[in-house]
Design a protein around this ligand. Sequence first.
Ligand SMILES: *[C@@H]1O[C@H](CO)[C@@H](O)[C@H](O)[C@H]1NC(C)=O
Ligand SMILES: *[C@@H]1O[C@H](CO)[C@@H](O)[C@H](O)[C@H]1NC(C)=O
Ligand SMILES: *[C@@H]1O[C@H](CO)[C@@H](O)[C@H](O)[C@H]1NC(C)=O
Length: 182
Amino acid sequence: MARAPWGCYPWLVLLCACAWGRPKSLDLREDVRNCSISPPYLPVTVVNTTAQLTALRQQMHTQNVSAYIVPDTDAHMSEYIGDYDKRRAWITGFTGSAGIAVVTMGKAALWTDSRYWTQAERQMDCNWELHKEVGTTPVVTWLLTEIPVGGRVGFDPFLFSISMFFPQSLRLSTPTREIQPQ
Ligand SMILES: *[C@@H]1O[C@H](CO)[C@@H](O)[C@H](O)[C@H]1NC(C)=O
Ligand SMILES: *[C@@H]1O[C@H](CO)[C@@H](O)[C@H](O)[C@H]1NC(C)=O
Ligand SMILES: *[C@@H]1O[C@H](CO)[C@@H](O)[C@H](O)[C@H]1NC(C)=O
């Protein structure tokens, strides 16, 4: 009879442990970047992509393109690709299997689906905007607002299938932007 209160004791300990270890609210998280504070908060998992972006923008300047598209696939449209083909991971720092990057002279943006939002916030530095959208339409819409009319968009034609040939939709847009295989 008298032991009843103490029977609860292990549960009490467990409850306390759970309360102690509960996830912190988003603004206190230390495993994801926070670009809205100055200086930005960057966890150790973030890759500094400043040098990569500078190198790409130098090439873009030489080739006179306003934007360059970096997809997540290889020339065989593989979902899982060899290290040699990890262009998107190199330029963004984000290593998830799905996600498309676009670099302009002033901005850099990644589109990926909900599976990867947290991973992207852990791996990308504040050079990168994260767009939580999928498909090519949001990318094209963004490009049309970011690049001037008549501006040129660079891409590697080996990395786009005919069916997913979304640079095409830029050409079909009005007013048109020029598509420039690199
Ligand atoms: C970034 O930090 C500010 C100030 O502490 C906070 O209000 C905001 O919610 C944080 N954002 C993220 C994504 O953690
Ligand atoms: C990132 O690297 C560049 C040089 O490539 C350096 O100037 C810059 O301070 C670095 N940024 C951070 C946040 O460490
Ligand atoms: C660069 O591209 C623009 C279109 O965006 C064009 O008007 C201009 O003539 C090009 N400049 C050179 C040097 O090719």
